[in-house]
Design a protein around this ligand. Structure first.
Ligand code: AMP
Length: 311
């Protein structure tokens, strides 16, 4: 079984109240791939420029991520994003987005990438997501992430892309923006009418909620004392969530399995935010993931006993 991901492969410049990096490896597909690599074979599809070299590829290869479908565009520059966070780490400002090699990208997947079991359409221009979706006919589960930029400038394309997937993962503010529906449960119902049977609302430091045909499930974020840089948390969440599903091909892809996947997404996201960019997840160990999932199970369960309530 294998997972294919298309999305940004980037250099990020990030400032948070706790420090800054002028140029670090990032991109939605990179954060996703590192997280998902703990569960299954992952193939990354996307272009990079001359400025993307061995040190960046080495981070992916150290986690045995397949990089054969990373296309080097001679003379091009890699996607670049600059963002800044204030004290509320749920609220970030994008200061610069340079599509660079993504502007003329026409994805051509290798047979191995096309043959994936699970496909993740990470955040990128929705027409590119659709082109990749069309090439992966065999995938048994396709999830899609996006962002406010594409809701604003490519809404129709994004709606078409959403109609072709099984699962939509968005920040809750973006879900409201997309559906023009202030209530999350109703927004999710609307999305499910468009096609996806699973909707995941990412809620930053408050965790994530999921709506399927069988109902609602939510987990808080793992309680951390130190958060340094939330960049890529959503993609690491997706990597844990989707990766877990890929690693369980013989189990029905139902509400119960999806709930378990939510715990792995939450654990991966929690490690991502502890340091800048990919720094923490790049040296994460499987036992650390298992430890946080067990701890999450403990802190989210409680005992109910009958209680006499007053009229
Ligand atoms: P997240 O924090 O999970 O939303 O993802 C952060 C990553 O998204 C960063 O590493 C950026 O390189 C990437 N990113 C930011 N803006 C865009 C965009 N417009 N399209 C694709 N990727 C983006």
């Amino acid at each position: 079984m294998s997972v294919t991901v298309v999305g940004s492969i980037a250099f990020d410049a990030v400032k948070t109240p706790f420090g800054a990096r002028e140029r670090m490896l990032g991109g939605a597909a990179v954060h996703f791939a590192l997280a998902a690599s703990f569960f299954d074979e992952v193939r990354v599809v996307g272009p990079v420029g001359d400025d993307f070299g061995e040190p960046e590829l080495a981070v992916l290869r150290a986690r045995v991520v397949q990089t054969d479908d990373i296309e080097h565009v001679a003379g091009g520059r890699t996607f670049f994003w600059r963002g800044e966070y204030g004290w509320d780490l749920n609220d970030r400002e994008t200061l610069d987005t340079q599509l660079n090699v993504f502007a003329d990208f026409a994805p051509k997947l290798s047979p191995a990438s096309r043959d994936c079991d699970i496909l993740f359409l990470a955040n990128i221009q929705p027409d590119l997501q659709r082109q990749v979706r069309a090439q992966c006919e065999r995938a048994r589960f396709v999830a899609l992430d996006s962002m406010n930029l594409w809701i604003e400038i490519a809404r129709d394309s994004l709606m078409s892309a959403i109609a072709e997937v099984d699962c939509l993962m968005l920040n809750d503010a973006e879900l409201r923006q997309l559906t023009e529906e202030p209530n999350l449960v109703r927004a999710a119902r609307r999305i499910r009418e468009w096609g996806p049977r699973v909707v995941v609302a990412k809620q930053g430091e408050y965790g994530a909620a999921m709506i399927t045909e069988d109902g609602f499930f939510a987990l808080p974020a793992y309680p951390l004392e130190t958060v340094i840089d939330p960049t890529g948390a959503g993609d690491s969440f997706a990597g844990g969530f989707v990766g877990f599903l890929a690693a369980h091909p013989d189990e029905p892809l139902d509400h119960e399995l999806l709930c378990r996947a939510m715990a792995y997404g939450t654990a991966l996201a929690s490690y991502n935010v502890e340091e800048f960019g990919t720094e923490r997840v790049a040296r994460l160990r499987p036992d650390e993931i298992a430890g946080r999932v067990a701890e999450l199970a403990r802190i989210t369960s409680f005992v109910t006993k009958p209680v006499a309530l007053r009229r």
